[in-house]
Each structure stands twice: as C-alpha cells, then as structure tokens.
Design a protein around this ligand. Structure first.
Ligand SMILES: NC(=O)c1ccc[n+]([C@@H]2O[C@H](COP(=O)([O-])OP(=O)(O)OC[C@H]3O[C@@H](n4cnc5c(N)ncnc54)[C@H](OP(=O)(O)O)[C@@H]3O)[C@@H](O)[C@H]2O)c1
Length: 199
C-alpha cells in the first residue's frame, strides 16, 4: 500500500515507519525534515500537501500538539492553539483527504489516554483527545463503504516517561504502540478507538 504518515519524524512516527516500511511504500510528512511539508494547524498547507501527494491507500497521523497546564493557568490562546492544532488539524486532515484516498482505504488519527483518564494539567489535552475520538467514530459512520476511519489512543509511552525522568516501565514502548497503527491499516475495522496502555 502507499501510505502517508504525518508526524513521520516523531517518536511514534519513526516506529510506525520502521514497522510498515518493509511491506508498504511510505511517504512521510511533518513541518520539517520529511518527504512532504505540512503544518496541521494550517488548513492551506494540508490542501497543498494532498495536491503534491496525489492518491494514497492510507493516511496515518501521529502528530498534533495541545497545551498541558492546570485549568487556572490555561489562557484563551492555549485553548485556541490546542483546538486548532491537534483537534482541527486532524479533522482537516480527514476533510481534505476526499479524492486522495483510494476506495476502501483508511484514515488513522491519534488521541491519547487523557481523553478517558484526566489528570492535573490535562483539561485542554483531554478536550482535544475526546474530540478526536468522537469525530473519528462519526466520520467512520459517514464514510462507511468508502474509507475506514480509526483512532489510536496511546497511553504514556515509555520513551516519553524516561525523557520526563519517570519510570519507563510505567509506559508502553513506542515500538509496541506502532502495532496499533498497523492494526488500523491492515484489519477490516472502522469506527474504533484502539487503546494501547499499560493497565
Ligand atoms: N508520547 C506519548 O507519551 C504520547 C501519549 C499519548 C498520545 N500521544 C500523541 O501521539 C502523537 C505523537 O506523539 P510523539 O510522542 O510521537 O510526538 P513527537 O515525538 O513530538 O513527534 C511529533 C511529530 O509530529 C510532527 N509535528 C508536530 N507538530 C506538527 C504540526 N503542527 N503539523 C505537522 N506535523 C507536526 C513532528 O515533526 P515537526 O516538528 O517537524 O513538524 C514530529 O514528526 C501526539 O499527538 C501526541 O499527543 C503521545
């Protein structure tokens, strides 16, 4: 399959590329350092990316940011940034994909565990992640028979915990999370939120 991976240079993106490359043709995208340049926060750049890309069999997004800060510290700009970037960025990735994904192809988005299990500092991230999951289920319904749509919801990733000075063992290695994206790509599933967490 010809697969676009947005966020291909990131922690999760690199592992997804590594896992899928032997069997699929991968086109990477991110703001810098990939085959194609895209900024999820800028719809015009998504349109431009698809124009250069032509047609693919699948789109995987492992990118998007939201502000992590306590409720009382979050500013209007923090909420706007979070909604425009990780949430509307992925919504627009789906909206703009029409005509660029082959019949029966798939779209895979990324949310995160803070949708279901909030913590101190997660209000903006939790809204965004929950919104992506609601949108993914709804888009899957609308695109039934044309394009499959799933969302991968990673828990804390081991490498990220280690970078924050916390125990790796409390998370799931990025390599393991990549398999959830592969499931969405190759299995005949749609409208699913695939959770990958260490319980
Ligand atoms: N790591 C975790 O513990 C964890 C847990 C749950 C959920 N997640 C979610 O999983 C996704 C990937 O996480 P990660 O840890 O792999 O992140 P990461 O290592 O920071 O990588 C992010 C990737 O996305 C690209 N990117 C960032 N902003 C972008 C934008 N506006 N437009 C296009 N590309 C952009 C980056 O490249 P450029 O900077 O060059 O654009 C990079 O390729 C994120 O949505 C994150 O919230 C991560």
């Amino acid at each position: 399959m010809r697969v676009l991976i947005v966020g291909a240079t990131g922690l999760l993106g690199k592992e997804i590329v590594r896992l899928l490359s032997p069997e699929h043709q991968i086109i990477g995208a991110s703001r810098t350092g990939s085959d194609l340049s895209v900024d999820l926060a800028d719809k015009a750049s998504i349109v431009s990316m698809y124009r250069q890309l032509g047609t693919v069999d699948a789109v995987i997004c492992a990118a998007g940011s939201a502000k992590f800060a306590p409720l009382e510290a979050l500013t209007d700009e923090d909420f706007s940034f979070s909604l425009a970037n990780k949430l509307m960025g992925q919504v627009n990735l789906v909206r703009c994909s029409v005509g660029h994904v082959t019949q029966g192809g798939s779209l895979t988005l990324t949310s995160g565990i803070l949708a279901q299990y909030p913590m101190q500092g997660s209000p903006a991230v939790s809204i965004v992640n929950a919104g992506i999951e609601a949108f993914g289920r709804s888009a899957a319904l609308e695109l039934q028979g044309k394009t499959r749509v799933n969302v991968v919801s990673p828990g804390w990733v081991s490498e990220t915990l280690a970078a924050m000075g916390q125990a790796r063992s409390a998370g799931v290695p990025a390599e393991a999370v990549a398999h959830a994206y592969k499931r969405s790509l190759v299995e005949d599933i749609t409208g699913r939120v695939i959770q990958v967490a260490k319980w």
